[in-house]
Design a protein around this ligand. Structure first.
Ligand SMILES: Cc1ncc(COP(=O)(O)O)c(C=O)c1O
Length: 376
């Protein structure tokens, strides 16, 4: 079995800086342009906007404030918002802002997770200590004992309420419990909510910043709004955290990219179009996936919202994709990239347009047949 899960541990610099194995694996395969691509964790929404080079390069002369767009969309005060370049950068800024200056320079990170979430704190000079939600503590429930064990050792914890790769939202009970114990321990929470907006308007939409003053939420236009290339994200939280995050941003980035912010400004009033299209894609595509899985005897309940989920294919997904997926022109995401115990999971996204998704279904079916015949 190939080991590709996030590399946790102590502070790193120089030669010790670990790769993000998932990206090292994924980017070259994405560049192969496989015709049947079910790997996208971001929704494929086609935006059109017409901006002249003057508007693109001269945003910071326009007098507009991008934090205001976020504040208005969330109905919160401006001093609760910091703009950044995507969730990845926002995570580092939020961790720096959340770590108490006199507390332990250690961060508890929920696993399974996308490696940037779990590894970035090591580059900030922190020890990273895991706690788990599933796979070994029951069906995507929080391992509360592990959390209680690590709380005295950490200054902040980081989690992804809508988990990558499963798409499973943390239960309300676990969420409230986590807030309660972290508040009591004086530990702050950084919450990666990059997939959460797909739940807007449902009971599952429970951003952390709304529930506790010790929680910072980070998000971006990358996934639910289909604008990953833009690198536009934001941080929401108590003004004391936001002041710290802005200082961290100034030190690490200086100014935000004018073209990114200008394009974000063009789409911001229309963001709900993308969320509506996600529900439509789910309605059209998900039943086709469930049908394929059923014919292969794979019992699976998809997450209640979003554009991807992960299920067991009964064998190591990295190897299966190399042996059977590549010759078929199929790309999907191996679960082992997020946790070793998910190595036989495959993450499949249904955010593509109906035609290409439909065309990929017989190929996925052939892939599963090859695996099942290979195992038998
Ligand atoms: C949990 C999680 N957070 C963040 C990101 C990246 O977000 P951004 O493009 O906004 O930096 C990803 C991308 O896969 C992700 O899965």
């Amino acid at each position: 079995m190939i080991q590709v899960e996030p590399r946790l541990g102590g502070p790193v610099s120089g030669d010790e800086i670990p790769p993000v194995d998932y990206l090292s694996w994924y980017v070259p395969r994405l560049q192969e342009n496989r015709p049947y691509d079910l790997s996208q964790s971001g929704f494929a929404h086609s935006w059109d906007f017409n901006l002249e080079s003057e508007a693109l390069l001269g945003f910071w002369d326009s007098g507009r404030n991008p934090a205001k767009w976020v504040a208005e969309r969330h109905n919160i005060d401006l001093d609760r918002v910091c703009i950044a370049h995507g969730t990845c950068q926002s995570l580092s800024l939020a961790i720096l802002a959340a770590l108490p200056e006199n507390g332990p320079r250690a961060v508890g990170v929920e696993m399974p997770s996308f490696a940037v979430v779990s590894q970035c704190a090591r580059l900030l000079g922190c020890e990273v200590i895991p706690f788990h939600r599933g796979p070994n503590s029951g069906p995507w429930t929080l391992n509360r004992k592990e959390v209680l064990d690590i709380l005295p050792k950490v200054g902040a914890i980081v989690l992804t309420p809508v988990m990558n790769p499963t798409g499973e939202m943390i239960s309300e009970d676990d969420q409230d419990w986590l807030i309660d114990v972290t508040e009591k321990a004086g530990v702050n929470i950084v919450s990666d909510e990059v997939y959460l907006d797909a739940a807007r308007g449902t009971e599952f939409y429970r951003p952390m910043y709304l529930r506790s003053d010790n929680a910072i939420s980070v998000n971006s236009l990358t996934k639910t709004y289909g604008l990953g290339a833009l690198r536009f994200g934001w941080i929401i939280g108590d003004p004391k955290f936001i002041r710290n995050a802005k200082h961290a941003f100034q030190n690490l980035q200086g100014m935000a990219s004018s073209p990114s912010v200008a394009i974000a400004g063009a789409v911001f009033p229309r963001l709900d179009e993308s969320l509506e299209a996600i529900w439509e894609a789910r309605k059209n595509n998900l039943p086709k996936l469930l049908e394929v899985l059923k014919t292969h005897g794979i019992e699976w309940t998809p997450p209640p919202f979003g554009i991807f989920g992960a299920f067991s294919i009964g064998t190591d997904a990295v190897q299966a994709l190399a042996k059977y997926g590549q010759p078929l022109g199929l790309l999907a995401t191996p679960g082992g990239m997020f946790h070793a115990e998910l190595s036989d999971y495959l993450r499949v996204a249904w955010g593509a347009d109906s035609e290409s998704f439909e065309a990929a279904m017989p190929v996925l079916s052939q892939f599963l047949t090859s695996i099942q015949e290979g195992i038998a």
